[in-house]
Design a protein around this ligand. Structure first.
Ligand SMILES: *Cc1c(COP(=O)(O)O)cnc(C)c1O
Ligand SMILES: [Zn+2]
Length: 415
């Protein structure tokens, strides 16, 4: 960990040693990892990164761990896909999809968990724990298994079947709580003081966990030939990912990896059934009022988002926007992305694409911009959401006549 200087309070600037700390003793502000960027600049280079592993660990110089023995299932370095057919449907120009559905457990959470558990192991924790809306549960259970750590994972009891099965299979403790995510999170905050030897990845090691999301910016810039995009659209649950993508582009500039100063407009996507940050944006207020979530986008269903204010601030400062989309719009967007680009996203991905469509229609996301939309989870995790809306074109007897009667093909397919 040669380049980490300290943990610094985001509110009052007080600094702390690099330990399992997450809030400031003086003002209760959240802590953030700060680096010696001059030292990073002297060591990092495009060539050194290109020679690194095809995972998030190629950017180890800008991650808060020593990285020599990461807890690693291969997270990151996911495809950045040029999406011309989707762009044409939305009236956009140069559009790219960051396809984070193909991570080891099917969501971007593998990035943050790989960093969190690597750090937790360095700090001597034996147990990996978390409060999850589903994807974090998958990822913590899998990475803990990989690391030989015990896991204790807490979820709201009403999660999608796939997310329960793909967590339980790794053999740790999976606790379904009668309540929503905000209830689960409160319980975990209480458990953190009861069990100081447990690493709650999004509570007492959250400061380190959050840094993993910067790799979503690092990869995009590298994959664009060390350019930053003009505009990114990012899904918002706690708001952590959005703020760290912004931080990531800024860090690349600081350490001299970009040719031009980045001016990335950052826009945020929420579901109408849980849109505390988008609502504050629409109302032009500073205060984020907590909501009771009710949406098919369960992975984004955080009614009282820990980093909501910081996400709102990034969006406003960069000239982006936030929007909220209905469950029907989410399903249409999942199908649109699948039909145009061959990528099957979970409901959170539907939120991102539906928000992109809305902001494009409003002229907020523009045709002359290089746009990247972050699609952060795989469609097989939320089959329930689209299941009722798609199915076989026809069910037929096994004869040529039955097929000819049932299906009208276009000219191209007739021969
Ligand atoms: C957790 C999650 C997010 C957003 O995470 P935050 O950093 O809490 O805003 C986005 N997409 C998916 C699929 C997720 O699971
Ligand atoms: Zn402080």
């Amino acid at each position: 960990m040669p380049f980490v200087e300290a943990l610094r309070c985001r509110e009052c600037g007080h600094t702390y040693p690099v330990e399992a700390l997450h809030v400031c003793d003086f003002c209760f502000g959240p802590l953030e990892v700060s680096y010696d960027y001059d030292a990073v600049s002297a060591s990092i280079s495009r060539q050194r990164i290109a020679a690194g592993p095809h995972t998030i660990w190629r950017y180890a110089d800008l991650l808060p761990v020593d990285g020599t023995a990461p807890v690693d299932l291969g997270a990151g370095f996911t495809p950045l896909v040029r999406a011309d057919r989707l762009a044409a449907e939305l009236g956009l120009g140069e559009l790219w999809i960051k396809n984070d559905t193909v991570n080891p457990t099917g969501s971007f959470k593998d990035r943050v968990v790989s960093v969190a558990l690597t750090k937790a192991r360095e700090l001597g924790f034996k147990v990996a724990a978390c409060a999850s809306t589903g994807n974090l549960a998958n990822s913590v259970a899998a990475h803990a298994a990989r690391a030989g750590m015990q896991s204790v994972v807490f979820i709201p009891q009403d999660l999608e079947v796939a997310k329960i099965v793909t967590t339980a299979v790794y053999g740790g403790h999976l606790i379904a709580v009668r309540g929503n995510y905000d209830d689960v999170n409160r319980l975990c905050a209480e458990l953190t003081s009861e069990h100081p030897s447990w690493a709650f990845v999004n509570v007492n090691v959250r400061t380190y966990y959050a840094e993993g999301s910067k790799t979503l910016a690092f990869e995009v810039a590298e994959q664009l030939g060390w350019r930053a995009p003009d505009h990114v659209v990012v899904p918002v649950a706690s708001g952590s990912q959005l703020t760290k993508i912004h931080k990531g582009f800024g860090e690349l500039a600081k350490v001299g990896l970009l040719d031009e100063e980045p001016h990335v407009r950052v826009s945020g996507a929420q579901a109408a059934g849980c849109s505390p940050v988008a609502t504050a944006f629409a109302e032009g207020t500073e205060a984020i009022r907590p909501q009771k979530p009710s949406t098919i986008a369960k992975s984004l269903a955080i009614g009282n988002p820990a980093d909501g204010w910081y996400a709102l601030d990034v969006v406003r400062r960069t000239g982006g926007a936030l929007a909220a989309v209905t469950d029907d719009e989410i399903i249409d967007a999942i199908r649109l992305l699948a039909r145009t680009e061959g990528i099957f996203a979970e409901t959170a991905g539907g939120v991102t694409i539906a928000t992109l469509a809305k902001l494009a229609a409003e002229g907020v996301v523009r045709r002359d911009e290089l746009v990247v939309a972050y699609v952060t989870g795989h469609g097989l995790k939320t089959v329930e959401a689209v299941g009722p809306h798609v199915g076989p074109t026809a069910t037929i007897d096994p004869t040529l006549e039955a097929f000819a009667d049932a299906v009208q093909l276009g000219d191209d397919a007739r021969a």
